[in-house]
Every structure is written in structure tokens, then in C-alpha cells.
Design a protein around this ligand. Structure first.
Ligand code: BGC
Length: 892
């Protein structure tokens, strides 16, 4: 894909009419006009996205350099673009898995767990997991001849790895090889290390830690045979291959094998996502990663021929540090130091310190403080989130990057003094680009917007997790699907969700999609998170988001067979088309009925729920419709007819079972009406009357939310679709309990799992389920982009070849402005009320067109260049079709 930007400020209606792509083995060739891999020639086409490589067959690991030029509808041809590069996957990972000897304690423990732990109760067993062994150090010394042209490292691990070449850390990735279901797929990473290698003596070094593969993980605490750790693997292993290319065409490979050296007693004594990391700086001689270090006493590494994993190249942006935060406040509490970073993050601290050799500094992490000023950790469950640093007596720098915590506050124990410049918080996230910006005249809404983006980043660690702090951190698909469009406005999620499509392909034994992905399916451990309505449909919804926003059909192609099977199985189990037989059910999670510590006695905690069968059947109807629509796109006309017909029948059944003749829907809750209307389960003739009932439900709650996190964004968008922007704005800008701005006003820097996570009157909610960093209620971000800025993709013209701009003025805002960097280029939208007029400004990227819809009554008139294009499309609206360019309109 490429984007066209006009250098001419006043250019309008620019479209591509043709393109030419050239791909070569070297940039020099391209500069000389030699496209030895592919020259597309001039292709007449308006499409600048999702173009597939169509040149010579690519070889093992081949690097491809490419450029593009385009012809535009004004008859001009652009210059060639800058040269970009990708590298092809490798055909085979011909290297061996190496590491320390087998961890027999862990093996025995897991065998005991599998056997049903005859001598222990479940509770006793939980505390008997053998301790983590210290991280091994691995090293290979090698000579390199003169004349290197390129050096590439391919690497993966069971557990996390960190690597150095000649004393330099390789790459900036954190927590590689990231999280997939390692029983299905394990990603490898590719690093260009040409600048790190040198003629003569070289040393490549690695250390390993438990990570997702061996460490404490996700929801295993709920599983029947609680393994505590060792879920995907019991031994940390490394596989790597360094490929050195010489200018004369020679190639040398240095794979992991038994010639690598090992020191099993590294400086990381323990590292686990939940427990934290312990680093013993006395074991750390920083020269161990440099050439010349003496390893004559080290053993040879063990080769583990029992490891067989499906290695696949990583396609999503790696997890990296994106922001470094300094303390906003440091204070002493008893003999401990407390630090506030002013922002809830996912990551870890960097501490610089010099102290007595052997003394231990302990860092505990928390998202908030208790009333007495102590760290709030009660909600973390088994995640003790504690890092320990053992000092060497010299100048130590600790970066515990083999774990991560969700925190804003840190408590440090064992320090005599702590200064501002000694400690920083390093925030990590999958490093996709930020694509959305938003500002308006209400500072609380601006804070809400920032909190949503922070919550996304904190949970975006190769999978969108439910939270980064407690002992769970699962890929909860309900949270992911409902937040998907917001996440796509915020960041470029194309690669990230494509990776997730592959994760979702691994379905349960009965053929349904899981509710948590990567799944935790693994023989005896499996606990049954299968097919929860509202959760498993991420496997339908995410591919549609990829298609609508990026014009990408990968999701459909990859998941089509699984989608079909999921629907077929669900219908076999529920032949009367009401989804009653379910293997897992969460419903409209965290609706008013789940609010237990309301601060306001007038708030009703009884009418928030949506009946389970209704909830499930709406999702079944919707996903069956999405499958039918997918079938059309993939030219499967028989399937289309079948599933379209089925979805129609489910809809009829829904109406018969759940809607009475007065348009009352079972449950009579905000959630029930929202879900039924939003998923089009209501006969057309009844839509308005059902919507009126929804309004009654909102009025019953005195214009407050009773919806759970699944139906909240649906209700907000329906209010807009039915023209009741006033109510949507009222809900959005409310500061009363429960609302988004209520938690903003209570000091939140991220989106809380529940509205009553903390209230001034009652303090914290029940700690067993009280995260302060959950994306789900942040799904209101979508409403802000779609309505305040008015930016709406058009599913019938995917990938922003056409879109809608329909900003709505309301909520007492006097101005709003923002951008979305779409796959075709940057869209900008802003408006401000200026005396008797509203001034709008828009930018539509090249290669794109937009329908602009502005609110204007009969007595309001529009001015500005191109304003003659507007016609009255409905009584309160003016609309125009506009091509690319920047526009400014005034409405009196
Ligand atoms: C998670 C939720 C999730 C739910 C469903 C919770 O513990 O934090 O966000 O969707 O479980 O099972």
C-alpha cells in the first residue's frame, strides 16, 4: 500500500489512475532502474492498497527493495517513492533447540498435577509449584572474515529471550517471541545485525526467561488441574540462526547447536509475568556479552531434540518501550519509598543505584493507593508483581524487562535514599503507529480520550489482554471485539489483528470458537472457555473490521471454514434457532445488576441485565449474517443463500420469542433493546417503537447507563442513528455515577473495569474483580470519532476509498478537532462555534471521496469554496460528495 500526498496546497479531487511497482534484490539496482524481482509495468487502477506481490518466486530469507510511482487523474506522473524493504520468510529453521538441562522438579510437579494430585487438596497444591530456576546465559564465539555485506539473525524461544552481539543488545523488542498458542504456532523474529557484526572475533549471547510459555499465565487459576506454571512448556529453550552474507556471494550460517556455551547460573534468578523479576547484579559481569570474555569453564549447551514447534515469522509490530515516565512525586512512608508516575502503565521500572554489595531492593507495583497511603495490591490476586534487585556494590542499573506489571505507583524497600533521577517507568506496548488524535473544548473528554489510548497501549502486548495487572491478562474476545473499532481509530491495527486472526484459527474440539484467545486448550488443563456469546464472535467481527477499515480480506480467507463450522455446530446444538445450549456464557458483562457498591441510592441495580437466551440468539443471528456476507465476498453463492436464509429465520425466531406485540423486548432493559436494534433483530415496522422503549429505559435510569460493556457502545451509536444525539452527548458528558467522566473526575488515567472500581464514599470494589485498566468500557472512543469528529468508514467502499464525514455539534462543546490517519492518508475534521456561525474544516486524502453531512435547518445557509455542492438531504441536514483536498465551510 502507499499514500499519495499532494504538494500543492490547494489541490482537490486527486485520484490515482495507474501505478507502477518495481521490486529488486538491491536498492542500487532500483536506483539504476533494474527491477530484477518484479516490474508491474503501468497498471491502470485506482487502488493503492492491498496489492499483492506478483513477481519472481522469492527465495529463502530474500530481501526485497521496492518503490512505486503513480499517475493521477490530472495526467501527471509522480516521482518514484522512497525505497522500502521487506524480507521473505525462511524456508527452514535448520538450527537446534538449546538450553539448560531439563527442569526435573517442574516436570515431576506437572506429572503430579496431571495425575490428579492424589495426596493434596487443590488449595495445598497451588502453593507447591517448584521455584523458577535462574536464567541461563548462552554464548557462541566465532570469527568472521573480511567482506561482510549483510548479517541477519533469525531467532525464537520457548520463554522470553534477550540477545547481544558484541556487547550490543540486538533490537529493541521486549517480551519476544510474544504470545501465541505455542502448541500451534511460535513466532520467530528477524533482525538485521549487519551493523553489529565485525571482521575478526565476534560473540553472540542470549539469556532466557519463563515468559508466557513457562510462566504463570492468564486464567489458569480457574482450571481444574491448576498447573500454576509450565503451561505450554517446561524448559526454556532458544533456537537461532545467524546468516552472514559476503560481498563475493559466500554465505555462512551460525545456528544454535551443542557448540554454544552455557552458564546455567545467570543474573536473573526469577522472571515471571505475574510474580516479577529478581536480578542479582553480583552475577552480572557486563563484559560477558563482549568478545574475549573467558568461557573456558562453561559447559556446552544441551540440545533438546524433544522440542518440535511450528515456527512462523512474526507479522505484527513488536512490543517495545514507547514512553519513559519520570516520577511526579516521591515520598517516604515508614522506611519505604513511594513513587507516583502520574499514569497507569504496563511495563517496568529502570532503577540506577549504588549500594552495599548483597543488599536487596524490593519494588512492589500497584495501580492505586489505599486510603492509608499504602499500595493497593489486593486486586492483583496471585500476581505479586514484585521485582527484587540484589546490588553488586558498584554502579548498578536494573531493567527487569523479562516481566511486566500494570502500575502507576511503586513501593521501594531497602533504600537509604531515592532521588528523582534514579528511577523511571518504561511503558511498553506493541509498537503499531498511533493514527488518531482528538481534542475538544471539554477537558474531561480530552482526558477520557487519552485514558482510552493509554488503556489500549497497556493491554496491547501482541494480544489485547483484559488487563495488564492482575493474575489473568487473557485475550478476552468480548473485550476485544467491542473495542476493535476504537482500537483501529487509535492505532494502525492491520498487522496486529492479522496476527490475531491466526490465533483465532485454533478452535475448540467441538468446532466452536473459544472465548479467550490465545486459547488455553491443553489436554488435562482445559477448563471450557468455548463459544461464549458476545466473546467468540470476535472471530467474525475482527475480520469485518479489517475489511471495512483496511480493505483486507485475509481474515475472511483464513477463518471462513472455521466460521462456517462454528455456526453449523451451534445450530446443530440448537436446532430451534434459539441459542440455549451454551458451553460458556458471560452475557452483558458488568451491567447495572453487577454494580454492588453504588454511591447513589436512586440508582437502580436491578434492571440492567439482558436475558441470556436473548443475548445469545442476537449474537447467533448477527454472526450468521456476517458469515452470509462473507460468503458473498468470497463468491460462495450457495453458502450465501444458506446462511442468509438462516439468519433471516433466526431473526424471525428472535422476534417471535423475545419481542411482544407492543414492541417490548424481554428484559425491558437498555441492553436488550440496544442489542436487538443494533444487530437488526427487530422487524423494520417495529424499530421505532422499540427505540422508544429504549428511551424509556434510559429515562427510567434518569439518563444514566444500565448497560454492560457489550451493549454500551451499541446504545450510544443507536441514539445517534435515531437522531437523539442530545441523549448520547448527555450520557457521554455526564459526571454522575456511573459514567466515563465520573471515573475521570475520580482521578483515573486509564479506563476502569467497572464504574464502581473506586468511589470516594466507599473506596475500592471487591478486589477479586477490580482492575483499573480494562479496554472494554473504552469502546466509547468509537462514538467520539464517529460523532464528535464525524469520521465513519463505509463498508460498501472498504479501505476508505469512500467514507462519511458527519460531525455532530452537541454536549455544550464549542469546538472539536481531530485526525485519523487512514490507510489512504490523513483525514482531518474540525468544527467550532464562532458567534452566529459554525466553521467546519475537513481534509479528505487523495484517492478517496467522502459524503459530508452537516447539520443545518432550512433557515441556515452554507458558504465556502465548494459549498455549492451541498444539497438538502433531509430536513435537518445538508450533504455533498467531495473529493480529496482541504475544505472550510461556514454555516450561519
Ligand atoms: C475479564 C473480562 C472478561 C471476562 C469474561 C473477566 O475476568 O477481566 O474482561 O471479558 O472475565 O469471562
Amino acid at each position: 500500500a502507499w499514500k499519495i500526498v499532494s504538494k500543492q496546497e490547494n489541490a482537490h479531487n486527486i485520484k490515482q489512475s495507474a501505478y507502477q511497482i518495481q521490486v529488486s534484490k538491491s536498492p542500487e539496482n532500483l536506483y539504476n532502474g533494474i527491477a530484477d524481482l518484479w516490474d508491474s509495468g503501468k497498471v491502470e487502477s485506482e487502488t493503492p492498497i492491498q496489492i499483492k506481490y506478483n513477481g519472481n518466486k522469492l527465495q529463502n530469507g530474500e530481501r526485497c527493495y521496492w518503490r512505486v510511482r503513480v499517475w493521477t487523474n490530472d495526467g501527471k506522473v509522480t516521482d518514484w517513492s522512497d525505497i522500502a524493504c521487506w524480507s521473505h520468510a525462511i524456508d527452514a529453521f535448520d538450527a537446534e533447540w538449546i538450553g539448560d538441562k531439563t527442569d526435573t522438579d517442574l516436570h515431576n510437579y506437572l506429572e503430579y498435577v496431571y495425575s490428579g494430585y492424589p495426596n493434596d487438596s487443590f488449595d495445598e497444591l497451588k502453593w507447591k509449584t517448584p521455584p523458577t530456576l535462574s536464567s541461563p546465559l548462552l554464548r557462541k564465539d566465532f570469527d568472521v572474515d573480511d567482506g561482510i555485506s549483510n548479517a541477519t539473525l533469525y531467532v525464537s524461544a520457548l520463554g522470553y529471550y534477550e540477545l547481544w552481539l558484541n556487547g550490543n543488545r540486538i533490537g529493541e523488542n521486549i517480551l519476544s517471541p510474544e504470545w501465541t498458542d505455542y502448541n500451534q504456532r511460535l513466532q520467530y523474529q528477524t533482525y538485521n545485525v549487519t551493523n553489529l557484526i565485525k571482521t575478526g572475533d565476534n560473540a553472540i549471547c542470549a539469556t532466557l526467561a519463563d515468559g508466557w510459555a513457562l510462566g504463570r499465565l492468564a486464567g489458569i487459576k480457574w482450571m481444574k488441574n491448576f498447573p500454576h506454571r509450565g503451561f505450554y512448556a517446561t524448559d526454556r529453550r532458544l533456537i537461532a540462526k545467524l546468516v552472514i552474507e559476503y560481498a563475493n556471494g559466500d554465505i555462512r550460517e551460525i545456528p544454535t547447536d551443542s557448540s554454544w556455551k552455557i552458564n546455567p547460573h545467570g543474573y536473573i534468578l526469577e522472571a515471571d509475568n505475574f510474580a516479577g523479576e529478581t536480578i542479582d547484579a553480583r552475577n552480572l559481569d557486563i563484559s560477558w556479552t563482549k568478545p574475549g570474555y573467558d568461557v573456558s569453564k562453561w559447559d556446552n549447551a544441551s540440545v533438546d531434540s524433544t522440542v518440535h514447534r511450528n515456527l512462523v515469522p512474526q507479522i505484527n509490530e513488536p512490543i517495545q518501550i514507547h514512553t519513559t515516565l519520570s516520577p511526579v512525586r516521591i515520598w517516604k512512608r515508614g522506611d519505604k519509598y513511594m513513587v507516583d508516575f502520574g499514569q497507569n502503565i504496563a511495563g517496568f521500572c529502570k532503577l540506577k543505584i549504588k549500594g552495599k554489595k548483597g543488599s536487596v531492593i524490593t519494588l512492589r507495583h500497584g495501580e492505586w493507593l489505599n486510603n492509608d497511603g499504602s499500595l493497593y495490591t489486593q486486586s492483583l490476586g496471585y500476581a505479586s508483581a514484585t521485582d527484587r534487585f540484589i546490588l553488586s556494590g558498584k554502579d548498578d542499573v536494573f531493567i527487569p524487562s523479562m516481566t511486566y506489571h500494570g502500575f502507576q505507583y511503586v513501593e521501594l524497600n531497602g533504600l537509604e535514599e531515592l532521588h528523582q533521577n534514579q528511577i523511571e517507568a518504561l511503558a511498553i506496548s506493541s509498537s503499531a503507529n498511533v493514527t488518531g488524535q482528538f481534542k475538544c473544548s471539554n477537558p474531561d473528554l480530552n482526558k477520557l480520550f487519552d485514558n482510552i489510548l493509554w488503556t489500549q497501549r497497556n493491554n496491547m502486548l501482541s494480544v489485547i489482554t483484559d488487563n495488564p495487572s492482575r493474575d489473568e491478562r487473557t485475550g478476552a474476545m468480548g473485550d476485544i471485539q467491542i473495542f476493535a473499532q476504537t482500537s483501529i481509530f487509535n492505532m494502525n491495527m492491520a498487522a496486529f489483528y492479522t496476527k490475531y486472526i491466526y490465533d483465532m484459527k485454533n478452535v475448540a474440539d467441538n468446532g466452536q470458537f473459544f472465548s479467550m484467545v490465545p486459547s488455553l486448550k491443553n489436554g488435562a488443563f482445559w477448563g471450557g472457555w468455548v463459544g461464549a456469546p458476545g466473546w467468540c464472535e470476535a472471530a467474525f467481527i475482527i475480520p469485518w473490521r479489517l475489511y471495512e477499515n483496511y480493505g483486507d480480506v485475509t481474515g475472511f480467507m483464513q477463518l471462513y471454514d472455521e466460521m462456517k463450522r462454528h455456526i453449523d455446530v451451534t445450530l446443530q446444538e440448537n436446532p430451534d434457532l434459539i441459542w440455549r445450549v451454551r458451553h460458556n456464557h458471560n452475557g452483558d458483562w458488568l451491567n447495572a445488576n453487577n454494580i454492588s457498591s453504588t454511591v447513589d441510592s436512586s440508582y437502580n441495580t436491578h434492571n440492567g441485565a439482558t436475558p441470556d437466551d436473548l443475548f445469545a440468539t442476537a449474537f447467533l443471528g448477527y454472526s450468521t449474517q456476517l458469515l452470509a456476507n462473507t460468503a458473498t465476498l468470497l463468491n460462495r453463492s450457495t453458502d450465501y443463500v444458506k446462511y442468509n436464509d438462516l439468519s433471516q429465520k433466526i431473526k424471525d425466531k428472535f422476534a417471535d420469542n423475545f419481542i411482544d406485540k407492543n414492541g417490548k423486548i424481554d428484559g425491558d432493559s437498555q441492553g436488550a433493546y440496544s442489542l436487538a436494534l443494533y444487530y437488526n433483530m427487530v422487524p423494520d415496522s417495529m424499530r421505532q417503537i422499540c427505540f422508544n422503549h429504549l428511551l424509556d429505559c434510559i429515562a427510567d435510569y434518569d439518563y444514566r447507563l444500565s448497560t454492560g460493556f457489550i451493549t454500551t457502545p451499541m446504545m450510544m451509536q443507536l441514539l445517534s442513528d435515531f437522531g437523539r444525539y442530545d441523549i448520547a452527548y448527555r450520557l457521554l458528558t455526564s459526571t454522575r455515577f456511573p459514567s466515563w467522566l465520573y471515573i475521570v473526575r475520580n482521578g483515573a488515567s486509564t479506563i476502569w473495569e467497572r464504574w464502581d472500581a473506586w468511589t470516594p464514599e466507599k473506596g475500592f470494589q471487591n478486589p477479586t474483580m477490580n482492575s483499573l485498566d480494562h479496554v472494554a468500557f473504552g469502546a466509547v472512543g468509537e462514538w467520539m470519532y464517529r460523532n464528535i469528529l464525524g469520521i465513519n468508514p463505509d463498508v460498501t467502499n472498504p479501505g476508505y476509498s469512500h467514507f462519511f464525514l458527519k460531525p455532530i455539534i452537541g454536549g455544550n462543546l464549542t469546538w472539536a478537532e481531530g485526525t485519523y490517519d487512514s490507510i489512504r492518508g490523513k483525514i482531518q475534521s474540525s468544527w467550532k462555534i464562532d458567534g452566529q456561525e459554525v466553521i467546519y474544516s475537513f481534509t479528505i486524502p487523495a484517492n478517496s471521496t467522502a459524503t459530508v453531512i452537516l447539520q443545518a435547518n432550512e433557515d441556515q445557509y452554507i458558504s465556502g469554496e465548494y459549498s455549492e455542492n451541498f444539497t438538502r438531504s433531509s430536513p435537518g441536514e445538508l450533504s455533498a460528495e467531495l473529493g480529496s483536498g482541504t475544505y472550510c465551510f461556514h454555516i450561519k
